[in-house]
Design a protein around this ligand. Sequence first.
Ligand code: GN1
Ligand code: MG
Length: 380
Amino acid sequence: MTNTNQINQDLVRKLQQIGQAFRLPGLFFSYEEICMGNVNETYKINYIMDDGTGLAHIKPYLAQKINTFAFREPIKVMGNIDAVTEFVRAKRPNGINLHFHHTEVTGERKTYLQDGDNMWRIINYVPSVTFNSCNDLNIVHNAGEAFGDFQMALADFDPSKLYYTIPDFHNTRKRYAQFEADISVDPCGRVASVRPEIDYLLSVKEQACRLTDLLLQGELPLRVTHNDTKINNVLFDAETHQALVVVDLDTVMPGLVGHDFGDAIRFAANFTEEDSQDLERTGVDLNTYWAFADGFLSQTAKTLTQNEIDTLGLSCFALACELATRFLDDYINGDKYFKTRIPRHNLIRAKCQIALAKDMVVKMDAMNSIVQGCASKYRK
Ligand code: GN1
Ligand code: MG
């Protein structure tokens, strides 16, 4: 038996064991890894059961291993998710919702299973399609609407009920402070080779941190935000391309509207993918930007303050720089946080975010005008 088979068999056994703990009915028969997300591990697991009429019925679920290096307090993560999903479900009982299965451990119902250092959960599988990149402006518009709608659905959720599962997640100043501290330690001797990238990021530090500063100065309100608004975190109907549900709620925490807008734009409105090495082509596609902004503001414009609207363009730059520092910091530290799939993956990702941030500077006036135009359209 080859090594790979051995690993797969181990995984099969592990997934079966997890399914059993969550009391999934039927027989486990296959799994596939869902290769999205840079932090958690996700598997579609397929069960076969009798549908009651003697016919075989295949029922898929999602099994997810929470990365406990990123999420140090996964029980709090699940607490937030439970609170938020139940809140939305009560408001919209007929909508498509995420359902987290429960284990029964000594009579207690839990939506997670502790397995040594690992933490597992099982989620209902929603038949759907996702997009890592998308040229279809209708789909991008629908994603903007979905993230805007998600935030508005939680507008009356009491933020004090949420844990800060990753403290200072979008505190760009603290991200920079950590980055600079790690540069001076240089634990893997990689700093010398990434000087140009470090120099660029430090040269724009004040502008990149302005959003965080405005929050600390009380100029921008805290809301309940998603905080990880990559377009692949929206599930779409395969035929109509309507958005079905927003997923990956691990980072739902108090945050700024700009964190959600900026993160979505730096991912979806980039001409290239997040880890592209084609830096010539990397940059903001203003058509995609416009489509997302229109969808997002159609849901949020009436609620947002003028300051929030005025800083949406800036938030895109802030999020691109913040993520560039995180990727480069991880590279400097020896790739401990983000999953890497190719050599120097984090460096490649950082370079791509830097190229994107540079292009945003050039296009910032246009980005701001588009936001103002969409906001006034939906405020009437
Ligand atoms: C991580 O795992 P994923 O892809 O949902 C990260 C985000 C980054 C993103 C970059 C908890 O999200 O903040 O923007 O990678 N999530 C966490 O691809 O750190
Ligand atoms: Mg995520």
